[in-house]
Ligand binder design. Structure first.
Ligand code: 3H9
Length: 682
């Protein structure tokens, strides 16, 4: 049934939750359009969605399936709208993303609500827009603005784009009413309806804009096929419109099956899954409106900022007045810098800061719904803190430890309420990093776990459930990866060989540059603590210990694996470090050899896959894909590689097993080989 208001048909897209343009919705649009065109009482058409979404674009679950190609495909729907004998205006509220925005671009006019957000996020899925945006948008808003929207992939506010030429109007109130008024105007003015495809572009300017952008492609963009393809599609704006459309289609279809696009679609799916607890563990969360953070160091202050930004009341507690003052100042500086950089309105920053209380007294804990400890990483210290928390927190409060390695059960047992205790492992800087490992102890109650996951969502983080095992998911895999990289130093590589190979794979930094940045002494302290229980038959690489003994603790001391001059890393390993590494090789009886980047990359990935298999078998991760989410969100694993589990699934199985066996042989005593079956078949 057509909804006709004063001679104008309103077609409202209806495919909850976000109006993704699945086949059934595409068919429904065409049917309604045909009905409106056939109805003599209808002068024109408003195409709209609902408050939350005009449309989030193509249905990503259809990609790579026959449904995606089944007529009417989105291009057909848009062409029908564009050729309509009655004017069609898009009324946009909520989000208009990807194919959703392309649908609006095919209309004869566009009216947006000022709070609407529009964008072309295809690049984040390893694709380019495939329903005409690469050809229509530059003709409407120019090459540079169109390229920025497509290559950035981030949605923009309609108000920001009000002057761009994308919208005919941006309104504060009734968007459908404003669109209807535009329809009436277009229907009555006797002029041809405006079409984005008719915009004029100068061929030489198109080429110059594309050349300029191609020269700016970063190394990370060059390894992802979509960035180059986007420029090829934009270059086709120099061709007649229909030829340009043909070129866009070819490029889009070629990208859909690439490994990068599959990996990015996989990440889209598994990131949403990871935030949901497995069915058996679901329970209603406890309410959290105020939190107390114990420890005002970098981590504690970061957690406090994250909670303040999310609208929670925060009590920051310290035992030392000077440390508390430093924490308070760090938070104040953060807000001052955000405002100065134009990233936060002064009123918002002031309101956030006003919700912060600081204290040296434990009594204040009584008001907190959730208490989180971020003190020194030492079992005895943490247990002592938890005894105090237990004495002061109100009954029913959730008690969290922000440990990155320690067993949370003895920490929970320091209280009389272990069922209320869980781990919340934030990553530094805690107000920036999205990953939050939510650690389940032996006695953690389901509603406490649910509260941890819900807090993650409140803080706009990616909460992932993990079992209580040394290093949880992330640090455990990272340790296995780093250990393998140390083996490669002994085998013949220099730190820069390993780091360059891994940044070549897409990591933002290699493991040795990361170690220097975070300080080698953290790992050194842990190694010393483990020395007594380490089996001497194990392959143990002592290079890091020797660097620390020589006072090379990383960037902060001006030297670690690398030397630093004026804070800048000297790219090649200096003679002193080469000596240490060569001696380590000689002591193990290894004749050093050159390792090709491909070997370095493969061995690093294999080490991760093996550890993933082990920890999944132990139940530390509840889904294999959670491991990929953790590595991606917390450790800079290249998104377009999908994660170690995704990577392993792309490999030839026989070769993978053969290479893992070799990895085990080379590691020697104590290396456990994981069983790939459960990991790769789940
Ligand atoms: C494209 O359009 C290609 C075209 O150029 C060419 C075509 C030929 N499809 O994120 P949320 C689901 S590519 C299917 O939790 P929020 C999502 O999985 C597409 N499903 O909520 C989730 O399901 P579940 C370009 C989708 O409020 C539920 O909706 N578009 C799609 O935090 C709620 O999502 C994009 O890349 C979809 N397109 O955020 C937009 N979108 O409940 C991607 C969402 O089962 N989407 N779902 O877990 C987003 O950015 C956010 O989902 C959005 C809502 C901002 C819309």
């Amino acid at each position: 049934m057509l909804d006709i208001r004063n001679g104008i048909a309103v077609i409202a897209l209806n495919n909850p939750p976000v109006n993704s343009l699945c086949h059934a919705l595409r068919e429904a649009i065409v049917q309604q359009l045909d009905a409106a065109l056939a109805d003599a009482t209808v002068r024109g058409i408003v195409l709209t969605g609902n408050e939350k979404a005009f449309s989030a674009g193509a249905d990503v679950t259809e990609f790579g399936t026959p449904r995606q190609l089944q007529e009417p495909i989105l291009r057909t729907v848009i062409a029908r709208i564009e050729a309509s004998s009655k004017p069609v205006v898009a009324a946009i509220a909520g989000v208009a993303l990807g194919g959703g925005l392309e649908l609006a671009l095919g209309c004869h006019g566009r009216v947006a609500h000022e709070k609407a957000r529009v964008g072309l996020p295809e690049i984040t899925l390893g694709l380019i827009p495939g329903a005409g945006a690469t050809q229509r948008l530059p003709r409407l808003i120019g090459m540079a603005a169109a390229h920025a929207l497509m290559s950035g992939g981030q949605p923009q506010g309609a108000r920001q784009l009000a002057q761009s030429g994308l919208f005919d109007d941006v309104v504060a109130g009734d968007v459908v009413g404003a669109a209807a008024a535009l329809v009436a105007k277009l229907a009555g003015n006797g002029q041809p309806y405006p079409r984005a495809r008719d915009g004029q572009l100068d061929a030489a300017e198109v080429q110059a804009a594309v050349d300029a952008q191609r020269a700016k492609l970063s190394a990370r963009q060059k390894v992802q096929p979509a960035y180059g393809a986007l420029l090829d599609a934009l270059a086709a704006c120099a061709l007649p419109f229909d030829e340009g459309m043909k070129k866009e289609r070819e490029l889009f279809l070629a990208l859909v099956p690439t490994t990068a696009a599959q990996a990015l679609r996989y990440q889209f799916k598994v990131e949403r899954e990871a935030t949901k607890l497995p069915a058996a563990l679901r329970a209603p969360a406890r309410e959290v409106r105020s939190i107390a953070v114990i420890g005002a160091g970098t981590m504690g202050s970061g957690i406090a900022i994250s909670a303040l930004d999310a609208g929670l009341a925060v009590l920051l507690l310290e035992q030392d007045a000077a440390a508390l003052e430093r924490g308070r100042q760090r938070i104040a500086d953060h807000y001052r810098d955000r405002v100065a950089a134009g990233k936060m309105a002064a009123q918002v920053a002031a309101a956030n800061e006003a919700r912060l209380q600081t204290s040296l007294e434990w009594e204040g804990l009584r008001q907190a719904d959730l208490v989180i400890e971020a003190v020194f990483e030492d079992m005895a210290v943490k247990q002592e803190v938890f005894r105090k928390i237990d004495a002061h927190a109100r009954a029913g409060a959730v008690l969290a430890t922000n440990t990155s390695y320690l067993d949370i059960d003895p920490i929970a047992e320091a209280t009389a309420r272990p069922q209320d205790v869980l781990g919340l492992h934030f990553f530094s800087p805690a107000n920036v990093m999205k990953l939050l490992e939510v650690v389940r102890g032996a006695k953690t109650a389901p509603d406490v776990l649910a509260t941890g996951m819900a807090l993650g969502a409140t803080l706009k983080k990616m909460p992932v459930l993990t079992g209580n095992a040394f290093g949880f998911i992330g640090n455990r895999i990272y340790n296995a990866y780093r250990r393998q990289c140390e083996f490669m130093l002994e085998d013949g590589a220099w730190p820069e060989d390993v780091d360059t190979a891994l940044t070549g794979l897409g990591f933002a930094m290699g493991p040795f540059a990361v170690a220097d940045l975070s300080g080698l002494d953290i790992a050194w302290r842990m190694r010393k603590a483990q020395a007594a229980t380490r089996d001497p038959r194990e392959r143990y690489v002592s290079i890091l210990d020797q660097l620390c003994e020589a006072g090379r603790l990383g960037r902060k001391t001006g030297a670690g694996y690398y030397a630093y001059v004026d804070g800048k890393q000297v790219k090649t390993t200096d003679a002193a470090v080469r000596d240490v590494i060569e001696q380590a090789s000689a002591q193990r009886g290894i004749t050093r050899r050159t390792l090709a980047p491909e070997e370095i990359q493969r061995r690093a990935l294999l080490a991760m896959v093996n550890e993933a298999a082990l920890l999944f078998a132990e139940g530390v991760a509840s889904r294999p894909s959670d491991i990929d989410v953790v590595l991606m969100q917390g450790y800079g694993f290249p998104r377009w590689e999908g994660g170690p589990v995704f990577w392993a699934r792309q490999q030839d199985r026989t070769q993978l097993e053969h290479d893992l066996q070799r990895l085990a042989d080379e590691a020697g005593f104590g290396f456990t080989l994981g069983n790939l079956d459960p990991l790769l078949s789940t």
